[in-house]
Design a protein around this ligand. Structure first.
Ligand code: NAD
Length: 238
């Protein structure tokens, strides 16, 4: 399959390699390039402010689209409307690593259990390389939503503080340093002890593989999906 790789940065280059390994034909698309003709799908790892225009270009070319770029959730409804109106297909996820999607399931179960024990304060801490443009990460936001939905005493995520946490709040915070690929910690601290859950990405390949699996999956489908729909179909229900 001919696949447009939109964005030729760190992730775009990983996606190119995985596409070749899986027998596809990558077409690299830089910032000033038009969407290439003849591509069934595009995979976007660019920057938040480019996503809506890129989706429009892919829809005009009648290509399906996979968005791995993070930091554009404020425009998610607009993108959904565009794709549905055009009868297109799109998969988006803040994290295309299979391991992180299993981590979501583990955190969901832990948060439900801990919700009955109000002494345990939840928190989310993520760490990424110094070049990452958004904070907290899209993955940290998803983890925070999982904690909010669990319905414990602290069920409102906050990302900055100018006074102590209120009784119903928990903190989501970020580290930006060096070349950290991506690490997410969910903790539950009672004061007397602490329960820690952690996922560490060791390379970008896992993200790229997930995005390529999503591209193969969406090529023959219509609608807007998350990575969980792809994994469910591939037998990795999360
Ligand atoms: P990067 O800065 O290395 O690469 C981004 C590239 O996109 C750059 O080469 C830039 O020139 C290019 N670009 C910008 N606007 C463009 C446009 N309109 N058309 C084409 N190219 C354009 O960044 P990266 O590490 O590759 O990450 C890219 C995005 O992917 C970030 O938002 C990051 O948070 C996200 N990300 C997501 C996952 C996931 O699993 N979903 C994993 C890693 C990174």
């Amino acid at each position: 399959m001919k696949v447009a790789v939109v964005g030729t940065g760190k992730m775009g280059r990983e996606v190119e390699a995985v596409l070749r390994e899986r027998g596809h034909e990558p077409v690299m698309v830089g910032r000033a390039d038009a969407f290439p003709a003849g591509c069934a799908v595009g995979i976007d790892f660019t920057r938040p402010d480019a996503v809506v225009e890129n989706v429009k270009k892919a829809l005009a070319a009648r290509a399906r689209y996979v968005v791995g770029t993070t930091g554009w959730s404020d425009r998610a409804d607009e993108v959904r409307r565009l794709v549905e109106a055009a009868g297109g297909g799109l998969v988006h996820a803040a994290n295309f690593s299979v391991g992180v999607n299993l981590f979501y399931r583990i955190v969901r179960e832990a948060a439900r259990t801990l919700a009955a024990f109000p002494d345990y304060d939840p928190y989310v801490l993520e760490r990424h390389h110094r070049q990452k443009k958004d904070a907290p990460s899209g993955t940290a936001k998803t983890l925070a939503e999982i904690l909010e939905q669990a319905g414990g005493r602290r069920r409102r995520a906050v990302t900055s503080l100018s006074a102590p946490l209120k009784n119903d709040e928990f903190l989501v915070s970020a580290v930006r340093a060096g070349g950290i690929v991506g690490e997410h910690t969910v903790g539950f601290d009672s004061g007397g002890d602490e329960i820690l859950l952690e996922h560490r990405a060791r390379s970008r390949r896992g993200f790229a593989l997930g995005a390529v699996l999503a591209a193969e999956w969406i090529a023959s489908r219509t609608g807007v999906f998350g990575f969980d729909a792809v994994l469910a179909d591939l037998g990795e229900r999360v």
